[in-house]
Design a binder for this molecule. Structure first.
Ligand code: ADP
Length: 165
């Protein structure tokens, strides 16, 4: 196979990881030799995350223990630089709705300009997760709603603990 050894990065905030993320990471892990999940850590970002980058990394690690070719790394630099550091030839993103497309289309053009050797690959969300976002999960959990169908069990527990305070 010509892509033998191909590495992909899957970037995101993962605040926290949802079943939709796990679905995309799992599917990417079947296509690529190695998948590096990149957890964005931007202290300059305006909105505060609910979980620290290290906590988000830990939750992702637990969610992907069954996937031998997936690693979780934190990054705070430009995505294409992070991809280059890991010798990745692809950036994998999940696409939920048309609204994701607008943003991703623009980011893809910018990233391609910065790093023409890295291809962006878009994976369509599975139907059952196409309306699932970390923001939505946090909103439901904040008001005591049931998120057990939306996130792995340990993430539901972490959300309960964090939001109780
Ligand atoms: P969110 O929008 O949930 O905060 P992130 O910034 O952590 O997501 O997104 C990381 C990547 O995962 C992005 O490519 C995003 O489009 C994708 N993604 C997020 N939720 C889903 C889902 N339910 N199905 C498919 N892809 C998703």
């Amino acid at each position: 196979m010509s892509n033998h050894g191909a590495v992909a990065v899957c970037p995101g905030s993962y605040d926290p990881v949802t079943n939709g993320h796990v679905d995309i990471i799992t599917r990417a892990s079947r296509v690529f030799e190695r998948v590096i999940v990149g957890v964005v850590n931007q202290p300059v970002r305006k909105e505060q995350t609910l979980f620290t980058a290290e906590e988000r990394q830990g939750l992702l690690e637990q969610a992907t223990t069954g996937l031998g070719n997936v690693e979780i790394a934190i990054f705070a630099n430009l995505l294409v630089e992070f991809a280059r550091e890991h010798q990745a030839s692809a950036i994998v993103k999940g696409l939920r709705a048309i609204s994701d497309f607008e943003y991703e289309f623009e980011m893809n053009q910018l990233n391609r300009k910065l790093a023409p050797e890295i291809e962006s690959v878009f994976v369509m969300a599975s139907a059952e997760y196409s309306f699932l976002s970390s923001t939505g999960v946090k909103e439901i959990a904040t008001f005591g709603g049931d998120v057990s169908d939306l996130v792995p069990e340990h993430v539901a527990v972490a959300l309960r603990d964090r939001l109780r305070r």
